[in-house]
Design a protein around this ligand. Structure first.
Ligand code: FAD
Length: 275
């Protein structure tokens, strides 16, 4: 059972509780990206089990007619077991899902294999598969040049992994500068596949300006529990997707959110001391 303080960031432990949250969001004009929590499996059985759950989740989304898609992590569906396990599970999910399938991006050692798999699937499904790329990685401009020629959407984020300085920008200001440059590239070169994965008001404003300049359609994606009032307000002008994690492995995700931002830590502390 998830304690109330964590339920701000995690939509329960089951597909049912996640879909109840999706329904509420949809009523407020916000779409959903549902993610089953889990990563770094070194054995095939849990990777297969999570892939099965994604297939069931996609069925449920279709059955309910929810405005929702799914997002999977490569190491959750077998990447650390081996390339075959990852490929087989991703193919199974993509073949079964009627909704859009996002592939999250993990640390830099997984970038090539993730992009290769996404390229194959997005071409085969004519754009029903999308991938996340990270502005803190120096290679991302080149990756975007490759992705610009493909169908499917691309989510630009600042990057959540602590990467070595030889391959990544380490200072926040430099990561922000890279995010701006890459976003401009995407609005200029992409045909309507731009997803702005950020809570940063400066990046949201920039996306609005770039949309006016280039006319490229875009969407904004934010996490459950972060700047939700702004998510609802933004949904009046642009497609907004909320990334909704759920599942029994909620603790480490919740802990990361709390550590990441002072306001979340204060929120959690207030809940604990009851004020
Ligand atoms: P920041 O520069 O961190 O923050 C800018 C401002 O946004 C802050 O000053 C604050 O006002 C607000 N803000 C940001 N985070 C919070 C918070 N937790 N609580 C309260 N306010 C906050 N990373 C990956 O490496 N791979 C992925 O696949 C991936 N997928 C993602 C999917 C989505 C939909 C989102 C939103 C993020 C994803 N990330 C992923 C995480 C991302 O890389 C960043 O670590 C994270 O989004 C924080 O960066 P930011 O752009 O929001 O801005």
């Amino acid at each position: 059972m998830i304690p109330p303080i964590a339920s701000n960031f995690v939509a329960g432990e089951t597909p049912e509780t996640a879909l109840a949250h999706v329904e509420e969001l949809n009523e407020n004009g916000v779409a959903a990206i549902v993610n089953l929590l889990g990563e770094h499996y070194e054995e095939r059985a849990p990777a297969d089990a999570d892939a099965n759950e994604y297939v069931e989740l996609a069925d449920l989304i279709a059955e309910r007619g929810a405005d929702a898609c799914i997002s999977v992590k490569p190491s959750q569906i077998g990447l650390e077991v081996g390339a075959t396990a990852f490929e087989e599970n991703l193919a199974r999910i993509v073949d079964a899902a009627d909704c859009f399938v996002w592939v999250d991006m993990e640390d830099h050692e997984t970038t090539d294999v993730t992009l290769d798999a996404v390229e194959r699937h997005t071409v085969e499904t004519d754009g029903q598969v999308g991938v996340c790329v990270q502005a803190n990685l120096k290679r991302t401009r080149e990756d975007l040049e490759r992705l610009a020629d493909l169908p499917g959407k691309v989510r630009l984020v600042k990057g959540a992994y602590d990467e070595p300085a030889e391959i990544a920008y380490k200072k926040k200001a430099r990561v922000d500068e890279s995010y701006r440059d890459l976003l401009e590239f995407m609005f200029r070169e992409f045909d309507d596949g731009v997803a702005v994965g950020s809570h940063d008001p400066a990046m949201i404003d920039l996306a609005r300006d770039l949309h006016e300049e280039y006319g490229t359609a875009y969407e904004v994606q934010m996490l459950m529990g972060v700047r939700e009032t702004e998510q609802y307000a933004l949904a009046d002008e642009v497609d907004v997707y909320q990334y909704i994690p759920y599942g029994s492995k909620w603790f480490s995700y919740f802990y990361r959110r709390v550590r990441e931002q002072k306001s979340n830590a204060l929120f959690a502390l207030r809940a604990v001391v009851g004020r």
